[in-house]
Design a protein around this ligand. Sequence first.
Ligand code: ATP
Length: 346
Amino acid sequence: MNTNKEKNLTIQNVVKTFGKVEVLKTVNQEVRAGEFFTLLGPSGCGKTTLLRIIAGLELPTSGKVILGGDDITSLPAPKRQVNMVFQSYALFPHMTIYENVAFGLRSRKIAAGEIQRRVAYGLEMMGLDPMKDRMPDQLSGGQKQRVALARALVNEPDILLLDEPMSALDAKLRARVQEELRQLQRKLGTTFIMVTHDQDEALVCSDRIAVMNEGQIVQCGSPEEVYDYPRNKFVAEFLGAANLLKAKRCEGGVSTDIGSFTLAKTPEWHEGLVAIRPEWIRIRESQPEQNGLLATIQDIVYRGTNFDLLLSPGALRVRTNSFKHFKVGDQVWLELPAKELVVLGE
Ligand code: ATP
């Protein structure tokens, strides 16, 4: 299989309009060869359109797509070393699994021996060899997805594009397939670009995530970077639960409706927002030295592996491993550690 590590992809000033609607507003992004890159955003933000432009299924209104230094903006999809796995998998119902995987290679008139070698490798890689003679309707959702992946991978693409690849799977299978997909990408070293609106999926699978909103990439970074240091309100809220506090800059930190807090970084604004994740707020036995807040428990929400305490003032959400020591109405000391309070931009 292809392990070409040289071909970076560059999206350069890409704009796409449909009629009067600007669906992509000047997107600039580099995708490094060999990385698992995810476009994450809400429905309608333009992520599928960007993926289709990379695939060659859509032309940008302006801007360029460059792969390994070559301008491929107008290169037709079949001539690109880029393969797309569709949401629906699009398997041929009347062909066996083997024939489904071999189909693309046969239509490209590749020598029979080479087809056999590549298909055997693809089936083995995806654990499909025992079911190669079955028809698609004799497979589970997860197995069909593996066939769709095998069919794309036997073409040895430089880049594999995945459009919401797990949307047809149930929650349990989805969690397993996310990890499998990540492992597969590491093993192959092929660049994967995935589109999803599911933040967990993006966090589990990706080397880097580009968070999109309204036709723009708002923030791009490793899962830890975008989760721990969201750039603005949109990213903070889209990636997990965040407590957002309206704040005014003051000496050494900010003042908010629920108190004054020291920050690790001075905000550039006079008035703005600071965010803190529920899991970063600490519950203390007594008043902490810094950034303490006396709060009252209003509700306790069971979340499987942990609990969310909802507290006043400020409708704060705090995530804990146990609620044993707490009941609604209790007063507790909270600490909002300075280094966990993230200053948000516009
Ligand atoms: P979803 O997750 O719902 O698929 P998305 O982020 O992938 O959303 P796109 O499919 O890229 O979003 O669509 C972005 C916007 O462009 C939407 O408002 C959509 O209605 C519009 N759009 C997409 N394709 C076309 C088209 N061929 N003609 C007109 N408008 C289009």
